[in-house]
Design a protein around this ligand. Structure first.
Ligand code: SF4
Ligand code: SF4
Length: 452
């Protein structure tokens, strides 16, 4: 498109036309850098749309797991993701050339802040505070790769759960995420869903959907925001479980619950299994498939994908990527990945389409965004990180937890996964934490440190 055509489309009231122009400007940067920078400080609506598209195509503009403290060194060559570093250098040159509005860029692009006049670290306001509660250790499957392998096989009593909900409300939590085990097997699940609804909170959770549905799941209106439905290997091997699963899946879908299918990539999977995932998605008109390489449980005794096993498993993700694209199913990755181990073109594509492919959101809300409470009522930073932990108490303050977890999470996030991370552009911009932090806890993997 010519510059004149882009101008006309940007001024159009028709959103798809504007979107097409924005995508073209962003994807061809720096060719139309003047059009890119023009709305910042001038037209807030257009600037926001431009910024959102830019953060997808230019990952260096994203928040990262911490704000970069060092300005970019344009003369440095990186062994990993150097092409992105060069792109960043070009972006900065154009930004200065066009005298772009620094305040507006500071607001829209946290990744740029080290280069702008005020680089003070900045805490974003919390949009939706949430609390994950491991309500029960019971499960009908106990899959060998599950991260909850060592979870105590007990359930939280109704009395304790009431205390937890009271505490959560005092702490301004808006969403409760029951976890397990299989949360649908929690003996107080009917009560919990109704209680949460009466308190004006929301619920979302992951489930294998292969057990009878508690009545409240189908009775509730708008309390369950979404379900992450696990496509477990065990279900594919058992006709009865599969029938129950499909029946429940359709009931939940018809109830209007937003469903994301979730598959675990493990060593030894056959591509036929991935075809089955995609078939289930298509036949049930579910357009989102979320996949993860399995992570270590607290002692690392489950069947998780180690770094040695990751490389041979990458073609599995590649296969799924292509197949999902052909079928117009949105594929996302659930846990951060060390993309330096991937072929460059796949790594770039994963980065573009997944805002959290290289870092998770555990660092938000002062390191408490994924706060978890175990069945024995101990808080930990998330389901994959059980150290440090703090015992639940009715008078515990949110800031008490923050004081313990925030430094621990920050340290783990910035710990390089490999010796070569120091030579990676993503690492230098705080754009990659390497992997899920469960790999970084030395108590796992037999006490060995991660990476090289
Ligand atoms: S794991 Fe390290 S080298 Fe690999 S992409 Fe992340 S920061 Fe870069
Ligand atoms: S560290 Fe791992 S388990 Fe914890 S929030 Fe991040 S990706 Fe999830």
């Amino acid at each position: 498109m010519t510059k004149e055509e882009l101008h006309i489309l940007l001024a159009s009231d028709d959103m798809p036309f504007r979107k097409a122009a924005i995508d073209e400007i962003v994807c061809t940067f720096p060719e139309h850098a003047d059009l890119f920078f023009a709305p910042f400080g001038q037209d807030d609506e257009l600037a926001l749309a431009m910024a959102n598209a830019a953060k997808q195509w230019m990952p260096f503009l994203r928040d990262g797991h911490a704000e970069p403290v060092n300005p970019f060194d344009a003369g440095k060559n990186y062994a990993y993701f150097d092409s992105m570093a060069k792109h960043y250098g070009a972006f900065l040159r154009e930004m200065h050339k066009h005298h772009a509005d620094q305040d507006a860029l500071w607001h829209h692009f946290p990744g740029l802040r080290a280069e702008l006049k005020d680089a003070t670290p900045h805490e974003e306001p919390v949009k939706n505070r949430q609390l994950m509660v491991f309500v029960t250790g019971r499960c009908n499957l106990h899959c060998p790769y599950c991260f909850s392998k060592e979870l105590k096989r007990m359930s939280i009593s109704r009395e304790d759960m009431t205390r937890v909900l009271d505490w959560a409300q005092r702490a301004n939590v808006k969403s409760i995420l029951p976890c397990g085990g299989e949360p649908l097997l929690y003996e107080h699940m009917d009560w919990l869903i109704e209680e949460v609804g009466q308190r004006g909170l929301k619920v979302y959770f992951a489930t294998n959907l292969s057990v009878p549905l508690p009545e409240s799941v189908l009775r509730q209106e708008g309390i369950i925001e979404q379900l992450h439905v696990h496509l477990t290997e065990e279900i594919f091997r058992n006709e009865h479980l599969m029938q129950t699963f499909l029946h429940n899946l359709r009931l939940c879908r018809d109830k209007g619950i937003y469903i994301i299918l979730r598959g675990n990539i493990c060593e030894g999977n056959e591509t036929g299994l991935y075809d089955e995932w995609l078939r289930i998605a298509e036949e049930n008109n579910i357009r989102s498939l979320n996949v993860a390489f399995t992570i270590p449980s607290h002692t690392g005794s489950n069947r998780y994908v180690s770094f040695e096993a990751l490389r041979p498993t990458i073609p599995h993700l590649s296969y799924l990527w292509e197949q999902a694209k052909q079928r117009q199913i949105r594929l996302s990755v659930a846990k951060p990945l060390p993309l330096c181990m991937f072929p460059e073109d796949l790594a770039q594509e994963i980065l573009r389409t997944n805002l959290t492919a290289t870092y998770c959101n555990i660092g938000e809300d002062g390191g408490l965004h994924n706060l978890s409470l175990s069945t024995d009522l101990r808080f930990s930073p998330c389901l994959g990180v059980d150290e440090p932990s703090v015992a639940f108490a009715d008078d515990l303050q949110w800031n008490d937890l923050k004081a313990v977890f925030s430094p621990a999470v920050r340290t783990m996030l910035s710990q390089p996964l490999f010796a070569h991370c120091k030579d990676c552009f993503l690492y230098n911009r705080n754009l990659c934490q390497g992997a899920c932090l469960s790999f970084k806890q030395e108590s796992r993997n037999g006490g060995a440190s991660c990476g090289e």
